[in-house]
Write a new protein. Sequence first.
Length: 84
Amino acid sequence: IDLLNSRLKCTNPSPRAGFSVTVVLKTPTLRLFLVNCHRELFYDRLEEYDLFIYTEDDIRVTPTTVAAYLYETKRVQELVGSES
């Protein structure tokens, strides 16, 4: 994770900006209840981040995927406006 975090670049000029990846491991005994665990983590850090991504081991999310999501989100906001 440290290597991945060191290779990711953030284009936001703010000194508080950055990109980081956090991996949280849970016990396998949670089974089907595992899908609910990310919500508490997101709520606890809601004011600290602009984007949250939840995924499981069967879905591949690459930096290119995230960049495409951010690019398309910006395009939609230009078309319909943003709430902020």
